[in-house]
Design a protein around this ligand. Sequence first.
Ligand SMILES: [Fe+2]
Ligand SMILES: [Fe+2]
Length: 241
Amino acid sequence: MTSIHEIAPDLFRLSIYAPAFDMQFNHFVVRDEEPLLFHAGLKGMFPELREAVAKLIDPTQLRWIAWSHFESDECGALNDWLQLAPNAQSACTLIGKLVSVDDFSIRPARGMTPDDVLSTGKYRYRFHPSPHIPHGWDAGVLFEETRKTLFCSDLFHHFGNVDPITTSDLIEPTRQAMAQLQQGPLAGYMPYTQKTEGVLRTLAGLKPETMAVMHGSSFRGQGDRLLCDLAGVITEAFGKA
Ligand SMILES: [Fe+2]
Ligand SMILES: [Fe+2]
């Protein structure tokens, strides 16, 4: 069962909870002239997600499919969407396109470079590269400049079947989730580099007011403060030898 919530005007969060991981997998639909799906989702979730998307838009009219980094929960079902929607094109970082996506995908991707803008009609999503944040050489984020919405992928991930959106501080749930994952087979999933703090501060400089979180509640409030705090939490969890 996918739960659907409009977390900002024309921006819908489609959440599928996976009890085995105690984790939500969140996908975002922008309902506009050129509809955008951010996170194509896992192949295994495609039939359920397609049904949920169909409650908002005609899925065959999807125009853009975007994500942060090349992993199955971000883009595993990409080809299913491309088959369903003949005019859809994927948009990812140029690195992602060159290194993985164009070989994996049935149609070539649009390779985004710094400051490129993906327009859906009313809304303009500016691309910001974020190598290795949350992870993956090819990582990048999209920021919508009129509504100040950041698609932040795995940043601020936390466990539980939580509310669609919160104004509470996400730092503590994120810190707990990192500590938990660092004890298991996924340890080291967020590389800490000399650039980590700088990238997070650049994203903070965008002053996002809504942050669309892939695993957990989305956030509404002062995103800049939260991103600066996150830099400290990541340093604490991953930056110590
Ligand atoms: Fe990821
Ligand atoms: Fe993820």
